[in-house]
Design a protein around this ligand. Structure first.
Ligand code: ATP
Length: 377
């Protein structure tokens, strides 16, 4: 656990980068510091490994004041990842990752084995080990940066805008990968970003900072989205916070109706009965996988669905996994289909049933009215 106790930093020119701040980053969790440029995020982070000294207050890691140890010893227990990775350009990828274990006196073989394991852990392949940083993409370099920070298995990881310099697709991959690694390793991570979406995705808790290093709110992402404490936080979260908060609720409560679902080879009588009772029919194949929506008026007069041209089917947008996906995914599924209906599937992609936007509303209302979300992240 990292505790900031009345920690402040005023630079010699009088700039207040961090106002007296109390904050606790829980062990084994990701705590995100988010805020606009100049709100003191980096200053706060760098005080933890003593790259910057506070002008007031104290920082404790697991109850021990960081000032009680020499800085080099302190830093051995703290991994540090920065934007653009900051790799040594003249060392191979493997040598970069081996750096800290070698400094700690590990044998070459042990350090190499550890480095190779970590490269695989962060999603790189053996073939990358012998390359130099300039021979990797930005996203791959960032992965090496994470591997290097993890090399000595430090309990604490400081990450300063680690994914900011890569394109949005690679960034999404890196974020997913970080969550996967964290679910295995359970580090105490302090993560700086100016991107509120990244903060909400990654943070178990999120600290929203304002100019002058003022901590405006420190809460779980779901609580931030539900109850921003003031106008600054509300503005920073953006206008769609209600919809985004649905990510924290399971779609398990969505009522899925199987009645509009019909197999392409269903008997004509069944098809004709549906034609008169449903505005839309969801056609599925023999495996009950969705093919597309068909408007009732497009159903052939003899009820033979084999006659329907693929082009007459309307897209179902995307499906959602009932239970494991969020309410936001269910809503998105409904909105993306011209039929305004969401298609819920099981783990094998087989259709369980469908729900219209209107039928989703009670589940959405219950989620917004409930005090806490049903699923964690
Ligand atoms: N060495 C310094 N001397 C004087 N002022 C500084 C120094 N370093 C940072 N500052 C100021 O302290 C404030 C906080 O800076 P900091 O880099 O911690 O903010 P940040 O939230 O990380 O910003 P960004 O998102 O732009 O990286 C800023 O106003 C900055 O100009």
């Amino acid at each position: 656990m990292i505790s900031f106790q009345q920690v402040g930093k005023t630079y010699p020119d009088g700039t207040v980068a961090v106002a007296a701040t109390d904050l606790t980053a829980d062990s084994g969790r990701i705590t995100v510091l988010v805020g606009p440029s100049g709100s003191g995020k980096t200053t706060l982070l760098r005080m933890v490994n003593r790259m910057i000294d506070p002008t007031s207050g104290s920082i404790l890691i697991d109850g021990v004041d960081i000032k009680s140890k020499p800085a080099p010893e302190l830093r051995r227990g703290i991994g540090y990842v920065i934007q653009n990775a900051g790799l040594f350009p003249h060392r191979t990828v493997l040598a970069n990752v081996m750096t800290v274990p070698r400094l700690l006196g590990w044998s070459k073989d042990k350090a190499r084995e550890r480095a190779m394991d970590l490269l695989l852990t962060v999603g790189l392949q053996e073939e990358h080990a012998g390359r130099y940083p300039f021979q990797l993409s930005g996203g791959q370099q960032q992965r090496v940066g994470v591997a290097r920070a993890l090399a000595a298995d430090p309990p604490v990881l400081l990450m300063d805008e680690p994914f900011s310099a890569v394109d949005p697709v690679v960034r999404k991959d890196l974020q997913t990968e970080l969550l996967r690694i964290q679910s295995e390793l359970g580090k105490t991570i302090l993560f700086v970003t100016h991107d509120i979406d990244e903060a909400i995705l990654l943070g178990d808790k999120v600290a929203v900072l304002n100019t002058g290093g003022v901590l405006e709110q420190f809460d779980t992402p779901s609580e931030l989205l539900a109850n921003p404490k003031n106008e600054f936080v509300e503005g920073f979260l953006g206008v769609d916070r209600g919809v985004r908060r649905l990510s924290f609720f399971s779609s398990g409560e969505v009522p899925l109706r199987p009645d509009p679902v019909v197999a392409v080879d269903a008997p004509s009588a069944e098809v004709l009965a549906l034609k008169s009772s449903q505005p839309w029919l969801l056609l599925v194949d023999a495996e009950r996988r969705p093919l597309g929506w068909l408007e009732a008026r497009q159903v052939p007069g003899d009820g033979d669905l084999a006659k329907v041209a693929t082009g007459d089917l309307v897209s179902y947008g995307h499906t959602f996994h009932a239970e494991s996906d969020s309410l936001r995914a269910a809503l998105d599924s409904a909105i993306l289909s011209p039929s305004s209906r969401a298609v819920g599937v099981d783990d094998d992609g087989k259709v369980i049933g469908v729900a219209s936007v209107e039928e989703l509303v009670p589940a959405i209302r219950a989620a917004q009215d409930g005090s806490s979300p049903e699923n964690g992240r």
